[in-house]
Design a protein around this ligand. Structure first.
Ligand code: G6Q
Length: 553
């Protein structure tokens, strides 16, 4: 846990959100927009589908199927200005300690800053340090990928197991899956995160220890799940390799900020790749936490991915807000969350390789902006982060899309699709993309009772077959899923989350909400394990559950 400031550090001065002129205008404007249908908005403006689009860093955004008029956009953009988004953005990019509750800079943008750029934190330029680690990672990856790095029995590495959780797992898993097309296929990758022993057991059950490399990824190197799994991996490896402690150095490397704990574990710090406290866990997939990604796709592709991140950083920082993709996405999400009472946003990638992207975004969005107090510590009087969720298309269409089309809730959707498939096969890609466009069209325009009747539907059946439409969506298009494009997509949502946080006036960079459960688990572990019946001081339900488990285990 970070050191905590005694008094609240200075912040950029902004009036409380509810008292901003734009916020008040949005309140009354929302009443006006409640009855406006997308059918009419499109009918009134034949150019709408071309006009309400934006392009940034090579990504194309069609946001025309949102329940907005020009006036809505004008006020939303004014809200960004009134919230001093520019000033906040500069504060982040220049390394100010904007994570005030942990007294830390928030500098994931430095992880992809090109050589020669300078970003100073506490009097030190961090960009050269970033590149030094990247160079060390590249040299290591080259050795493993070429077979030069040998295990204890002199065999080259064939299997890589990343052990980490949360920010030290979700990014690596997502990126590995997303970029599998570019990966070295004779290396097997596994990811172990859960403290449930099944996760580890299944990950290694068919692996040869002599050819296996474990990456212990943990910023703090104290996380319960990761350290438990790392010790289990250590025992597993030693058992298989005749108990020789010296095997550890050949089969374990670490990614961490905590050199002391890494050494205690037995990993040589020569095989440790560092990062810094200004990289938040959920913003760390492009730090050394991406070591498994680099091993999979190679240093060149990895650097290309960083280039994609950086391009989106520059777009976010410099593009006017009316053409700024992260800002537009954020403003639209706030519009629905706070003025239409939308509880969730669906992320629907029409690209099989992005199957873990929604899960990755769940942490990025909800751990960042699932907050109930402002930076000043006041209870918020509006909704903050919606629930993000999703599955890749077209699978979702055969399950939960029913609710999105005809249910009682408003669920804004982000469709993500690509002009080209990485595995073109016959007509598959046209069919896939036809489904993206069809879903967005169906959600927006629906099907009226008259249309249903005109198809000869029996009167009693008509209501069941009506689609009311007016359900908003964004369509994000890119050429094809490359490392560069993945970097852009992740940075797009990172800056969207940042913009949301600035407007909601919350700290997007701490996560105190995960602490209480962790602390209670530490208390309960000995109560489950002690041979003697422990004295329990929980509530009656927790006490009862503990006793039952002890009887039955
Ligand atoms: C992310 C969170 C959290 C963190 C994990 C793993 O922003 O802080 O998900 O990444 O708890 O932490 P360690 O990397 O320290 O093991």
């Amino acid at each position: 846990m970070a050191s905590v400031a005694k008094s609240r550090p200075k912040q950029i001065k902004v009036k409380p959100l509810a008292s901003l002129a734009a916020w008040k205008q949005l309140k009354s404007h929302a009443k006006e927009m409640a009855g406006v249908h997308l059918r009419d908005l499109f009918a009134d403006d034949p150019q709408r589908g071309e006009r309400l689009t934006a392009e940034g860093a090579g990504l194309f955004l069609d946001y025309s199927k949102n329940r907005v008029k020009d006036e809505t956009l004008r006020i939303l953009l004014a809200l960004a200005e009134e919230s001093k988004l520019r000033e906040h953005t500069e504060a982040m990019f220049s390394g100010e300690k904007i994570n005030i509750t942990e007294k830390r800079a928030v500098l994931h943008v430095a992880l992809r800053a090109p050589k020669g750029q300078s970003i100073v934190v506490d009097g030190e330029d961090v960009v050269p340090k970033v590149h030094e680690v990247l160079d060390r990672m590249a040299a290591f990856c080259d050795r493993v990928r070429s077979g030069e790095w040998k295990g204890f029995t002199d065999k080259p590495i064939k299997n890589v197991v990343n052990i980490g959780i949360g920010g030290s797992d979700l990014g690596p898993v997502m990126a590995y899956e997303a970029l599998k097309h570019y990966s070295k296929r004779d290396l097997t990758f596994r990811f172990v995160s859960n403290v449930d022993s099944t996760d580890f057991a299944e990950a290694v059950q068919d692996l040869d220890a002599e050819e296996t490399l474990f990456i212990v990824s943990s910023k703090t190197f104290t996380t319960l799940e990761t350290m438990t799994n790392a010790h289990t991996a250590r025992t597993w490896l030693l058992e298989k390799l005749g108990g020789h402690e010296s095997a550890i150095a050949k089969h374990f490397v670490a990614v961490s900020t905590n050199a002391a704990e890494v050494t205690k574990f037995g990993i040589d710090t020569a095989n440790m790749f560092g990062f810094w406290d200004w990289v938040g866990g959920r913003y760390s997939m492009d730090s050394a936490i991406g070591l498994s990604t680099m091993l999979a796709i190679g240093p060149e592709n990895y650097r290309a991915m960083l280039g994609g991140f950086h391009e989106m950083d520059e777009h976010f920082r410099t593009a006017p807000y009316e053409k700024n993709l992260p800002v537009l996405l954020a403003l639209l999400s706030i519009w629905y969350t706070d003025f239409f009472d939308a509880q969730t946003i669906a992320i629907l990638p029409y690209e099989q390789y992005l199957k873990r992207f929604p899960a990755y975004l769940q942490q990025l969005t909800m751990e960042s902006n699932g907050k109930h107090v402002t930076l000043k510590g006041a209870e918020v009087r509006y909704n903050t982060s919606p629930i993000y969720w999703g599955e890749p298309g077209t699978n979702g269409q055969h399950s939960f899309y029913q609710l999105i089309h005809q249910g009682t809730r408003l669920i804004p959707c982000d469709f993500i699709a690509f002009d080209k498939s990485l595995n073109p096969l016959g007509r598959h890609h046209d069919m896939l993309i036809a489904n993206v466009f069809a879903q967005a069209e169906a959600l927006a325009f629906g099907k009226t009772a008259e249309q249903v009747k005109a198809e000869g539907t029996a009167d009693w059946l008509v209501p069941h077959r009506v689609f009311e439409g007016n359900r908003p969506s964004n369509v994000i298009l890119a050429e094809k899923l490359t490392p560069v494009v993945l970097g852009k997509l992740v940075a797009l949502y990172e800056h969207c989350v940042f913009t949301q946080g600035v407007i909601w006036q919350i700290n997007s960079f701490d996560q105190w909400g995960v602490e209480l459960g962790k602390a209670l688990a530490q208390k309960i572990i000995p109560e489950l394990e002690n041979a003697a019946e422990p004295e329990l001081h929980h509530d009656s339900s927790t006490n009862h559950l503990i006793r039952l488990y002890r009887q039955k285990k």
